[in-house]
Design a binder for this molecule. Structure first.
Ligand SMILES: Cc1cc2nc3c(=O)[nH]c(=O)nc-3n(C[C@H](O)[C@H](O)[C@H](O)COP(=O)(O)OP(=O)(O)OC[C@H]3O[C@@H](n4cnc5c(N)ncnc54)[C@H](O)[C@@H]3O)c2cc1C
Length: 384
């Protein structure tokens, strides 16, 4: 379907597609097998100027928004969700600074992130605080001109590979949800270290580690926004970034459909290509319907978010649920169409199915997204 992209937007798609075809697809199986961080591919993405897509021009970026990120992420997701996650997580780490940071912080960090010279990461989750982020235990205490952080963040994408970390910590426990604040921590800060790299089901090219703060001292200017606004910044960050996760689902769904149709056309059983069996055609038709419906909602949502509306949370959650549930279903169906061959690592669909699962979990599980949508509906209909 023609989504009537502008010339600039089409250029983003073309550049991202070229990197996907020339670098990501040829290397994805090896990076997945070796569980290797895709440093060289990220450098190529930086060289193509795509790290600054969502960053305003005054801070060295391209000046685009959520939609421009969605376009690039869809292409990278078509190649490999693990590699694409490493790219997406840098934006997730940058958004808090962009949303709430001082001009000084933006000038210090945005240009290097936009050029892809440094990678970012986002530290919210802890061992006992997943969906219930209000349960975080990491603390930050002001001591003279420095904040002192103590605690451990868990399952942080790009942990140990990024140089810039946006981290939330409790600054005043007595204030409840208004008692948390966000900070920028740099990889070289004293008292900051990492846990071992996690072993995962999928997205194995993406690195996931603990962030460990033991009397980690950072200058007081690294506070992002005002003290007590940490959860506001986290929620806004996730609203902006979830359509990106949805677009990884769209890219993965497209790749799974391509593999399934191409295979069904050439695989012969009972003297005919299996695509000639109506049962197979119906699986493919359902895959195509769900994929295009998801792409339409993701594009419409991302375009809407570019206008900075107040009610973005509901739509951001809706497109994340729809496109990532679709990616799980469509990649599972692709394995079914390829059947025994689909189950083998020789074909890419088994990796797609493994990779799809994370999309329903990170940046808030799809159950939590449904809670957000349900709560928004409840509020809306109470007003009418
Ligand atoms: C590979 C990977 C990368 C990640 N990257 C990052 C990162 O970069 N930064 C970061 O901060 N975090 C990251 N995370 C953490 C991720 O965001 C959390 O795993 C996720 O938010 C869910 O938390 P949990 O796993 O603790 O599940 P839990 O909160 O323990 O949930 C368990 C189950 O209960 C359900 N549930 C919980 N509460 C409710 C409720 N109120 N209503 C309905 N159902 C509910 C959940 O949906 C789930 O099915 C990553 C996780 C993984 C696996």
């Amino acid at each position: 379907m023609d989504y009537f992209l502008t010339e600039e937007q089409q250029m983003i798609v073309d550049v991202a597609r070229q990197i996907t075809e020339e670098m990501i697809i040829p290397q994805r199986a090896e990076l997945d097998e070796k569980e290797e961080f895709p440093a060289e591919i990220l450098k190529a993405i930086a060289k193509a100027d795509l790290f600054g897509l969502y960053i305003p021009e005054e801070y060295g970026g391209f000046g685009g928004g959520c939609f421009e990120m969605v376009l690039a992420l869809e292409q990278f997701g078509r190649g490999c969700v693990g590699i694409a996650t490493s790219f997406a997580a840098s934006a997730l780490g940058a958004y808090p600074i962009l949303i709430s940071g001082s001009d000084e912080l933006k000038r210090k960090y945005m240009p290097v992130i936009a050029r892809g010279e440094k990678w970012a990461a986002f530290g919210l989750t802890e061992a006992n605080a997943g969906s219930d982020a209000s349960g975080i235990q990491t603390t930050a205490v002001l001591d003279g001109d420095e904040w002192v952080l103590n605690g451990t963040k868990q399952w942080i994408t790009n942990g140990g590979d990024a140089q810039i970390y946006s981290v939330i910590a409790i600054t005043d426990r007595s204030k409840g949800p208004r008692g948390a604040s966000m900070f920028v921590v740099e990889d070289t800060d004293p008292g900051f270290s990492y846990g071992a790299k996690e072993k995962k089901l999928g997205i194995r090219a993406s690195s996931t580690r603990e962030l460990i703060f033991k009397d980690c001292r950072i200058p007081k200017e690294r506070l992002i926004g005002r003290q007590g606004t940490g959860f506001f910044t986290v929620m806004k960050t996730l609203d902006l970034s979830r359509p990106g996760i949805a677009s990884l689902g769209v890219g993965l769904g497209q790749a799974a459909l391509d593999e399934a149709v191409n295979y069904a056309k050439q695989r012969v059983q009972f003297g005919k290509p299996v695509i000639s069996f109506q049962a197979v055609q119906h699986i493919l038709a359902d895959m195509a319907i769900q994929l295009e419906a998801s792409r339409s909602l993701v594009y419409a949502t991302a375009r809407y978010i570019n206008t900075e509306p107040k009610d973005m949370a509901k739509y951001s959650s809706m497109c994340k649920v729809m496109a990532t549930d679709m990616a799980m279903k469509v990649s599972t169906d692709a394995v079914q169409v390829l059947a025994g061959y689909g189950y083998m690592r020789e074909y890419p669909v088994e990796k797609m199915m493994r990779d799809a699962k994370i999309l329903q979990i990170y940046e808030g599980t799809n159950q939590i997204q449904r809670n957000v949508i349900g709560q928004a509906l409840n509020k809306e209909y109470s007003r009418n």
